[in-house]
Design a protein around this ligand. Structure first.
Ligand code: HPA
Length: 235
């Protein structure tokens, strides 16, 4: 059944979906890596495609920016389209001192300043966590590729332009990097009894005032995309 945000019919979407924030990046991945990609959604320009990678069905769809947008699309994929695994691929700003531009981060857990968990009415603080089988598959793919990766806790923030300038506080807690979607994805996966992981490329180092050029982003993003695709077909 199509939803208000997704035209796809049941069966159009594979069990495993890669989700970049940018729908045009979804198109790039589909056209570059998938065999026989078919576009299943154009509502709000949030493009989604299904094809095969090494013979295994894989979909790739934009999530949009921020936890409300990721919250909507991932919820519908899990609950309306029987999706089992979502692997977010995106960019992050480094927070930890030892993380450099273009390196890959495998987000084992996602701390957050968002109120997303309030909807579950839990009598404590929830720890949004990735699924072990996806973490293990991504770590293996990153090691097989020989690329530099870090696995650990990230921060999913509600703000890109943050008046409080709080990154130094998260740095003290060993948080690796900042992005804006994973905590909602991990909570939706947990609530639905499904699997999720986020793999990131460091596009900027806000505490050091560094950022990548567009050309550098192209190459390093390819590492992340290939890690996600290899993980997707190995689970
Ligand atoms: N903040 C939030 N999200 C991001 C950043 C950042 O500095 N860089 C890439 N995604």
């Amino acid at each position: 059944m199509p939803t208000p945000h997704n035209n796809a019919k049941k069966g159009d979407i594979a069990k495993t979906v890669l989700m970049p924030g940018d729908p045009l990046r979804a198109k790039f991945i589909a056209e570059t890596y998938l065999e026989n990609p078919v576009c299943y959604n154009e509502v709000r320009g949030m493009l989604g495609f299904t094809g095969t990678y090494k013979g295994v069905p894989v979909s790739v769809q934009g999530s949009g920016m921020g936890m409300p947008s990721m919250g909507i699309y991932s919820h519908e994929l899990y609950s309306e389209y029987d999706v089992e695994n979502i692997i977010r691929i995106g960019t992050a700003g480094s927070i930890a001192d030892n993380i450099n531009l273009r390196e890959v981060i495998i987000a084992v857990s996602a701390s957050t300043n968002s109120n997303y968990a309030a909807q579950y009415r839990l009598p404590g603080t929830y720890a949004p966590t990735a699924s072990w089988k996806l973490i293990a598959a991504a770590v293996k793919a990153a090691e097989d590729k020989g690329c530099i990766y870090h696995a650990g806790n990230i921060l999913s923030s509600d703000t890109f332009y943050d008046d409080a300038n709080s990154l130094a506080e998260w740095n003290k807690m060993g948080v690796l990097a900042i992005e804006m979607e994973s905590a909602a994805l991990y909570m939706n996966a947990a609530r639905a009894g499904k699997n999720a992981l986020c793999i990131l490329t460091v596009s900027d180092c806000p505490l050091k005032g560094l950022s990548t050029t567009a050309e550098e982003r192209q190459t390093s993003f390819r590492d992340m995309m290939e890690i996600a695709l290899e993980a997707a077909v190995s689970i």
